[in-house]
Write a protein that binds this ligand. Structure first.
Ligand code: CP
Length: 325
């Protein structure tokens, strides 16, 4: 593996919205080159030796937190993990103070997940380290969109011209927002589908007027899936909804918006089936499709690790680290 041929001009990764299509393609290409390291017997390269990565996860995570930790370790960085319950935020410390205190220990990268939209931006303003947004409230989850785009590109050979359905709780989904930016910028047409109570009014305008025609909104699953190349199912974000009843009951939600062997038949026969995880089996996706031959859910996880290695490499190496592996 050799170093990048073009500089990555961003100091942080706070969202997909601020990335050009060329930045996204660059990250996908670089992510592909990092896949191979995880197939080696010794899964470690010296690229980030001497660098420090802090994973500050103030909201629950399995995939993102673990893959950032493994990514840092496979690049030989020192990885420190902080979770909400085990941090002084549980004693009332503010994000401001947490960020300033972590910065005082001179990390090179801070990866942050937080329940508040804008938390990663706030931290980026306070610290010298590169900041990676690992999910902030309902705002963005940029590395999820990158790993999703990587998976789609691998299976379909392209993203431009694809019909991609994103189904579920669009209102509360940072995954939907980041994917909307990424996939439309790469030339796909995105169909957003969910109950009206979970569909923000005017969401099709989020991408800007020049890409607006690439976004359509659907309140029926059949129309959204008809001829789709990719079907991405989303979890109902109960932790962000609170006690508000946005649909009559889980069974009814599943009947109208769940992916089952019956409803998947609306999509193209070679459509790939995706989910960012965690899955609520039997709600948004039946096990027969989640575990079926067209599901690429676990490949999303594998590619997530490679994408996060690529990002840590780009943002954490500074100017002196070697990319020789
Ligand atoms: N997709 C995703 O962000 O999963 P985790 O919440 O487990 O990190």
């Amino acid at each position: 593996m050799t170093g990048p041929s073009h500089p990555f001009s961003h100091r942080h990764l706070l969202g997909i919205e601020s990335l050009a299509a060329s930045d996204i393609v660059r990250l996908l290409d670089l992510g592909d080159t990092f896949l191979e390291i995880s197939e080696r017997a010794i899964k470690k390269v010296p690229t980030l030796r001497g660098r420090t990565v802090i994973n500050l996860f103030l909201e629950a995570s399995t995939r993102t937190r673990t893959s950032f930790e493994i990514a840092a370790k496979r690049l030989s960085a020192d990885a420190i993990n902080i979770s909400g319950a085990a941090s002084s935020t549980s004693k009332g410390e503010t994000l401001f103070d947490t960020a300033k205190n972590l910065a005082a220990m001179r990390p090179d990268v801070i990866v942050i997940r937080h329940s508040s939209s804008g938390a990663a931006h706030q931290v980026a303003r306070l610290v010298d380290a590169a900041v990676i947004n690992a999910g902030d409230g309902t705002h963005e989850h940029p590395t999820q969109a990158l790993l999703d785009a990587s998976t789609i590109r691998h299976h379909k050979g392209r993203i431009e011209g694809l019909e991609i359905a994103i189904v579920g709780d669009i209102e509360h989904s940072r995954v939907a927002r980041s994917n909307l930016f990424a996939l439309t910028r790469l030339g796909a047409r995105v169909r957003l589908c969910g109950p009206r109570t979970m569909m923000p009014v005017g969401i099709e305008h989020l991408v800007g007027e020049e890409l607006r025609e690439r976004v359509s909104v659907h309140d029926r699953l059949e129309g959204a899936l008809e001829g789709a190349d990719v079907v991405m199912m989303l979890r109902i974000q109960k932790e962000r909804i609170g006690g508000v009843g946005l649909f009559p009951n889980t069974r009814e939600y599943s009947r109208y918006f769940g992916l089952s062997p019956r409803t998947v038949a609306y999509a193209k026969p070679d459509a790939i089936l995706m989910h960012p995880g965690p899955i609520n089996r039997g709600v948004e996706m039946e096990p027969a499709v989640a575990d079926g031959p067209r599901s690429v859910i676990l490949e999303q996880v594998t590619r997530g690790l490679a994408i996060r290695m690529a990002l840590l490499y780009l943002l954490g190496a500074g100017t002196t680290a070697t990319a020789e592996a």
